[in-house]
Design a protein around this ligand. Structure first.
Ligand SMILES: Cc1cc2nc3c(=O)[nH]c(=O)nc-3n(C[C@H](O)[C@H](O)[C@H](O)COP(=O)(O)OP(=O)(O)OC[C@H]3O[C@@H](n4cnc5c(N)ncnc54)[C@H](O)[C@@H]3O)c2cc1C
Length: 413
């Protein structure tokens, strides 16, 4: 079935696969210069940096999901809720799982990333990922279901929650769960809450390895003050249903394992037969996919080598800067090389606890925390989501409570 809806136009046809940070930014920038079609398997964009707050009952799930059609309203951009299954580079078409064929003059791959288990057995079966709203609701559901068990069975047993991966996602998740247990759950049922134990495992020698060692040390001590057991230099060998086997052959109990240890390019790129290196699409600094003049890749999925010889980090600013760059690059005759401007990094640990690093500036504590809140609110899409998030945060801040403790993952249906 060839699409009927794209009206005759002299503007070039640009098809964007993925409506995340990169894809949506690009679609909005290109809408006046091209016939743009955006394809995504969801009808909403997920604000992944706040996913951990949904998982730890701090935010309602719909506050971090923004309808794609709403984001593109009035721009003349077509949207298809579908997945690409094949690219015909000769004819310039993409086939969707709805059987629709979409023609392109330029194709942009912006499919993001997915959790990788690095081949460690048991991760897929026994660990909970952190890449979608559904997975965040699953984590919240699992934690709250186990909490209900602790409330019911007063036999001294504990709930061991282990987060694997000491990058920003793992740190934020560990801190938020610790605060959930110490605050709202403690007030719900003190005896059950004090039996919740949280550990954070990192294979490298320190948490937040991309930050300055002083901020890593501060993060570790802040987490420990919240009651989190931090294990660095600790490699996971096997994740089982109720324990984790470590590389040194010791085991640690884990009724809930949360996997925040790494991501790779979205695996649909294999089906699309794009060139792949180190789990990402082989992409030149001009953002062209290797071997193609009119196929481009941006964001997490694109393995662009930066000026330091390493692949660019999988973070939202890279995806958005590449989208803005590509909006200019697509219709120019002299191709330029993309340069990432790293404006800094931040991670939050808990109330009044965060770390921020930008060039030579390094701050930790309450100022960093308020900066983190403001920046995330600024980048969150949609007025309704901003207002909802502000309402949840204000409520949480003033009452020390978390109103989103519902078990809503559908596992009990
Ligand atoms: C838990 C978590 C926390 C994070 N925190 C931060 C942070 O604090 N700061 C930061 O800078 N970065 C953070 N990141 C990374 C950041 O979210 C990514 O770098 C960014 O989303 C990349 O943008 P993208 O456009 O490449 O991909 P995405 O924003 O992930 O968008 C990809 C889109 O492709 C769609 N898609 C995927 N597969 C298919 C398919 N087969 N068919 C159709 N559509 C498909 C998805 O539905 C999605 O809408 C975090 C990531 C995670 C997982």
């Amino acid at each position: 079935v060839k699409t009927e809806s794209r009206k005759a136009s002299t503007k070039p046809k640009v098809v964007i696969l993925g409506a995340g940070f990169g894809g949506l930014t690009l679609a909005r920038k290109l809408s006046d210069r091209a016939q743009v079609t955006v394809i995504d398997k969801h009808n909403y964009q997920t604000f992944l940096p706040l996913l951990y707050q949904v998982a730890s009952a701090g935010l309602a799930a719909d506050h971090i999901a923004h309808p794609i059609r709403g984001a593109l309203r009035g721009l003349g951009v077509e949207f298809r809720m579908a997945s690409p299954i094949a690219i015909d580079t000769q004819r310039g078409t993409v086939k969707l799982d709805s059987s629709e064929l979409i023609e392109y003059d330029h194709l942009v791959v912006a499919l993001g990333s997915e959790t990788t288990d690095f081949g460690i057995p048991g991760v897929a079966e026994n660990a909970l990922g952190m890449k979608s709203v559904h997975e965040a609701l699953r984590i919240r559901g699992e934690v709250m279901r186990h909490f209900e068990d602790l409330c019911r069975i007063d036999d001294g047993s504990t709930l061991e929650i282990v987060i694997v991966g000491g990058g920003p996602t793992g740190v934020e998740m560990a801190g938020a769960l610790a605060e959930l247990a110490r605050g709202p759950l403690n007030r719900d049922h003190e005896n059950a809450a004090k039996r919740i134990k949280i550990s954070l495992i990192e294979a490298g020698e320190r948490l937040l390895p991309s930050f300055h060692p002083k901020l890593s040390a501060r993060t570790k001590s802040d987490l420990e003050r919240l009651g989190v057991k931090v294990l660095v230099d600790t490699k996971v060998a096997h994740v089982k249903s109720d324990e984790i086997l470590l590389a040194d052959s010791t085991t640690i109990p884990a009724q809930v394992t949360i996997w925040a240890a790494g991501v790779r390019g979205e695996s649909t790129i294999e089906k699309l037969r794009l060139p792949i290196e180190a789990g990402r699409v082989k992409t030149s600094p001009t953002l062209q996919v290797e071997g193609f003049e009119n196929i481009w890749a941006i964001g997490d999925v694109a393995g662009v080598i930066g000026e330091d010889g390493r692949r660019l980090p999988m973070v939202a600013p890279v995806a958005m800067q590449q989208a803005r760059f590509l909006a200019k690059q697509l219709f120019t005759n002299s191709l330029k090389r993309f340069k990432y401007r790293d404006k800094g990094s931040m991670a939050t640990i808990g109330r009044h606890k965060a770390v921020v690093e930008a060039k030579n500036l390094r701050i930790a504590g309450a100022i960093a925390w308020f900066a983190w809140l403001w920046l995330h609110l600024f980048y969150l899409l949609g007025g309704r989501n901003k207002v909802g998030t502000m309402a949840d945060w204000t409520w949480n801040y003033l009452t020390f409570d978390r109103g989103n403790r519902h078990i809503m993952d559908g596992a009990d249906l």
